[in-house]
Write a protein that binds this ligand. Structure first.
Ligand code: SF4
Length: 246
C-alpha cells in the first residue's frame, strides 16, 4: 500500500475505502455495546431511543443512553406524563437520577421530546416512519438541544440499527463530533477540523451514503487517533493516512 504525504484525491479515496472496510468488519449496533438492560430498552422502545439520542451530548455516550432507563425505573418513561409535567418537576426528576444530562435545559429537552411524541399520537416511531431522512432530521431538530449533529446521529442509527430509510442514504450525513472531525482532518479528507468541513467531505467523498464514514472515523478517533500522541503504528489507516497532525 502507498503512503501519501499529502491529501491527494487518490489518497482520500483510498482512506474512504479503508474507513468503509473498517466499518463493515467491526461495526456493532449500540445494542450490543450497551449494558444489556439499557440496550434492551432503547432498542425496543422508540421513545427511550429518542430520549437517549436527545441527551447524547457532552457526556460519555453510554451514560446518555442510560438516562431513559433511569427515567423508566422511576415510572416516568411515558410521553403523556412527561409532556404534561412542568419543567420544574422534570428538572427535579433529572437531578434525582444517578446519570444526568451534562448541559442545562435537560428538562426542556425532555418535555419537548415527549410533546413531539404526543403530537404523533404517542408513538415515537411515527416521527421517522414514512418520511425521508431530511424530514425526520427536521422533526428531531425541533426538540430543544437537538442540533444537526445529534439529529444526523439518530437518523444514522435508525438506518443502520433499525432498518429505516433504505434507498435514501444520500440524505444521511455524518455526525461531525470531535473524533470524526479530527480523523477527517488528519487523514486528509477535510480541509479543517470543523463541523462544516467534515459534513462536506463525507458528502463529496461518499455521496451514496455520507454517514457510512461516521462510525469508522469515530471508532478510529477513540481508539487510535487521540488528540495527543496518536497511535499511528497501530491505526488501521496507517499505510494510507498522510498524518496531518500539525
Ligand atoms: S492515528 Fe495516525 S494514521 Fe490513524 S488516522 Fe490518526 S493520524 Fe492517521
Amino acid at each position: 500500500m502507498t503512503r501519501h504525504t499529502s491529501a491527494t484525491p487518490d489518497g482520500s479515496k483510498a482512506v474512504v475505502e479503508a474507513l468503509k472496510e473498517h466499518g463493515q468488519r467491526y461495526y456493532q449496533p449500540d445494542r450490543e455495546r450497551l449494558p444489556k438492560h439499557v440496550g434492551d430498552l432503547v432498542y425496543t422502545n422508540p421513545f427511550a431511543f429518542l430520549v437517549g439520542a436527545a441527551f447524547d451530548r457532552g457526556l460519555p455516550w453510554k451514560s446518555a443512553w442510560e438516562i431513559p432507563y433511569r427515567i423508566d425505573q422511576r415510572g416516568m418513561l411515558d410521553p403523556f406524563k412527561l409532556a404534561s409535567s412542568s419543567e420544574a418537576r422534570l428538572k427535579r426528576l433529572l437531578e434525582s437520577l444517578p446519570v444526568r444530562p451534562r448541559y442545562g435545559g435537560g428538562a426542556r429537552t425532555l418535555k419537548e421530546a415527549a410533546a413531539l411524541v404526543v403530537k404523533h399520537g404517542g408513538n415515537a416511531a411515527a416521527i421517522w416512519e414514512g418520511v425521508s431522512p431530511t424530514q425526520a432530521s427536521r422533526r428531531l431538530r425541533s426538540i430543544h438541544g437537538v442540533g444537526p449533529g445529534i439529529a444526523s446521529m439518530a437518523v444514522r442509527l435508525l438506518h443502520d440499527d433499525w432498518g429505516m430509510f433504505k434507498g435514501q442514504e444520500r440524505e444521511i450525513d455524518v455526525k461531525p463530533d470531535v473524533h470524526v472531525m479530527r480523523v477527517f482532518k488528519r487523514a486528509g479528507l477535510a480541509s479543517s477540523e470543523s463541523e462544516g468541513a467534515a459534513v462536506e467531505a463525507a458528502q463529496r467523498l461518499n455521496p451514496d451514503y455520507p454517514a457510512q464514514l461516521d462510525w469508522p472515523a469515530w471508532n478510529i478517533g477513540q481508539e487510535w487517533c487521540r488528540p495527543t500522541a496518536p497511535d499511528c503504528p497501530g491505526c488501521p489507516l496507517t499505510n494510507l493516512c498522510p498524518k496531518l497532525t500539525g
